[in-house]
Design a protein around this ligand. Structure first.
Ligand SMILES: Nc1ncnc2c1ncn2[C@@H]1O[C@H](COP(=O)(O)OP(=O)(O)OP(=O)(O)O)[C@@H](O)[C@H]1O
Ligand SMILES: [Mg+2]
Length: 403
C-alpha cells in the first residue's frame, strides 16, 4: 500500500443518534481505493450503524460522508448546535456592553455567524438529496458523448443495433446512482434474503432496479455471479431455505457484486457461520477483492478475523473510534487499553502462551481521568491514531519512542 492512494470513502465527524443513544459519536476515517479496512469492536459499539449510515439507510445526525469526492450524506445537528451556542454567547456579551456601536457590532457578528450556519444546513440538505442526480447527469453526458461518436462512424447496417444499445445505456445512466456503487453484505444471511424470492430474483433485483431489462443479459449475469462465488447456475431457480448458512452468505455476496460496486461493506459476513465455513467465505472475499479490484470495509467483533485480511484497522468502543492504525502497527504497538483488551482475547495456537495468556478487561473509569483534560482522536505516530487526552498523548508517545 502506498501513501498517495486515492481516497474512496471519507467519513467525517459522523454522528448517528437514536434518541438518547449515541450509536455513532464523532467518528472519522478514510478508506483508500483497493484497501481492506477492518472495523472492530464489541457488540453494540456502532459498527453496523456506521455501515448503514454509509449506504444512506439513515439521514445521519451530524457530520459528512464523501464517496469519490462527492458528499453523499450530511447531517445538520452540529450546525444547529453552533447556532444555539452562538446565540447564547453573543446575547450574554451584548447584555454586558453599554456602548451602542459595540452592541450593534456584536449583533452584526452574530447575524453573520447564524447566516453562515444556515447556509451550511442548506448545502447539507442539498447534497444529501441530490448526490445521485448530480452523478446521473455526469453519466448521461458520458453515454451521449460515447454513442454520438460511435454512431457518426458506424455503417448503416451497424446503426440499428448500436441505437438499441445506446438507448439501453442511456436508460441505465438516467437511473445511475452513486450510492449503488457501495454495496453491503449483511450480518445475518438468513434474515437478509427474502424467503419468497428465488436466488435468480434475489441476485438480479439490483440490476432490474437500475434499469436493466434484457432478460438474456440478466440471466447471463446471474450465472456469472453464481460461478464467481462458488455456486452453480442450477441454484438460480431455488429458494434461500434450500441452502446452508455458508451458501446463503455466498448468495449475499453475489447480490452485492452483481452491481459492480467499488466498495463493499461486509458486516460480520462470517460470524453467523461455522468456523470451518468462515475461512471459505473470507477466502472468497479476498479472491474477489483482487480479481474485481474491490475496496472492502470489513466489520467484525474480534481482531482475529480481520488480522490477516485488513490493511488498516479501526477499533470502536461505544460509538467512538478509539484507535486506528495499519494492521501490523496495531498488533505490534497497541496503545489504547481497549485495543489491548481485544488483543488479549485472541487465542494463539501456542500451548505455552495459552497457559499464561491473561485476558485484560477494559475498565474505562479506572483507566482514564477525563474530568478536565478531554480526549480526542490524535496521531501518536504517522498514521497511528489513538483516542486520548493531553496527558495520555504524552505517555503514548513516550512509550512508542521506547518501543
Ligand atoms: N434503528 C435503531 N433504533 C434505535 N437504536 C438502535 C438502532 N440501531 C442500532 N441501535 C442502537 O445503537 C447501538 C449500536 O448498534 P449497532 O447495531 O450499530 O452495533 P454493532 O456494533 O453492529 O453490534 P453487533 O456486533 O451486535 O452487531 C446499540 O446500542 C443499538 O441498540
Ligand atoms: Mg452489527
Amino acid at each position: 500500500m502506498t501513501n498517495n492512494q486515492e481516497t474512496l470513502l471519507k467519513v467525517e465527524h459522523l454522528c448517528q443518534y437514536f434518541g438518547a443513544t449515541k450509536a455513532v459519536d464523532d467518528v472519522s476515517f478514510e478508506v483508500k481505493k483497493g484497501e481492506v479496512f477492518g472495523l472492530v469492536g464489541e457488540s453494540g459499539c456502532g459498527k453496523t450503524t456506521t455501515g448503514r449510515s454509509i449506504i444512506k439507510l439513515y439521514d445521519i445526525t451530524s457530520g459528512s460522508i464523501f464517496f469519490k469526492g462527492i458528499r453523499i450524506s450530511a447531517g445538520i445537528l452540529s450546525y444547529q448546535e453552533d447556532i444555539r451556542k452562538a446565540k447564547a454567547e453573543y446575547n450574554e456579551k451584548i447584555a454586558t456592553v453599554t456602548d451602542p456601536t459595540e452592541k450593534n457590532l456584536l449583533s452584526q457578528e452574530l447575524k453573520q455567524r447564524i447566516a453562515a450556519r444556515k447556509a451550511d444546513i442548506k448545502r447539507a440538505r442539498f447534497d444529501q438529496k441530490n448526490c445521485d442526480k448530480q452523478y446521473s447527469k455526469q453519466m448521461v453526458a458520458a453515454v451521449n458523448a460515447k454513442y454520438r461518436a460511435l454512431l457518426s462512424r458506424a455503417t448503416e447496417a451497424e446503426k440499428p443495433a448500436l441505437k438499441k444499445e445506446y438507448s439501453n445505456e442511456l436508460r441505465k445512466a438516467r437511473k445511475a446512482k452513486l450510492v449503488t456503487q457501495i454495496q453491503m453484505i449483511f450480518q445475518d444471511p438468513v434474515a437478509s434474503l427474502d424467503p419468497r424470492m428465488t436466488v435468480r430474483e434475489i441476485i438480479s433485483e439490483g440490476l432490474i432496479i437500475r434499469g436493466e431489462r434484457d432478460k438474456k443479459v440478466i440471466d447471463q449475469k446471474v450465472y456469472e455471479m453464481l460461478e464467481l462465488v462458488g455456486l452453480v447456475r442450477e441454484h438460480a431457480s431455488r429458494y434461500p431455505h434450500e441452502f446452508s448458512g455458508g451458501q446463503k452468505q455466498r448468495i449475499g455476496v453475489a447480490r452485492a457484486i452483481i452491481m459492480q460496486p467499488e466498495l463493499i461493506i461486509a458486516d460480520e459476513p462470517v460470524s453467523a457461520l461455522d468456523v470451518s465455513i468462515q475461512a471459505q467465505v473470507i477466502n472468497l472475499l479476498n479472491d474477489l477483492r483482487h480479481s474485481l479490484g474491490l475496496t472492502i470495509l470489513f466489520i467484525a467483533h474480534d481482531l482475529s478475523v480481520v488480522k490477516y485480511f485488513s490493511d488498516r484497522i479501526g477499533v470502536m468502543y461505544f460509538g467512538k473510534l478509539v484507535e486506528l492504525a495499519t494492521s501490523d502497527e496495531l498488533f505490534k504497538h497497541p496503545m489504547h487499553p481497549y485495543t489491548k483488551s481485544l488483543l488479549s482475547a485472541i487465542p494463539l495456537p501456542d500451548p505455552i502462551y495459552e497457559k499464561t495468556r491473561q485476558r485484560i478487561v477494559y475498565k474505562p473509569l479506572a483507566e482514564h481521568d477525563y474530568s478536565v483534560d478531554k480526549p480526542s482522536l490524535r496521531e501518536v505516530a504517522p498514521g497511528h491514531f489513538v483516542q486520548c487526552n493531553d496527558a495520555e498523548f504524552a505517555k503514548y508517545k513516550a512509550q512508542l519512542e521506547q518501543a
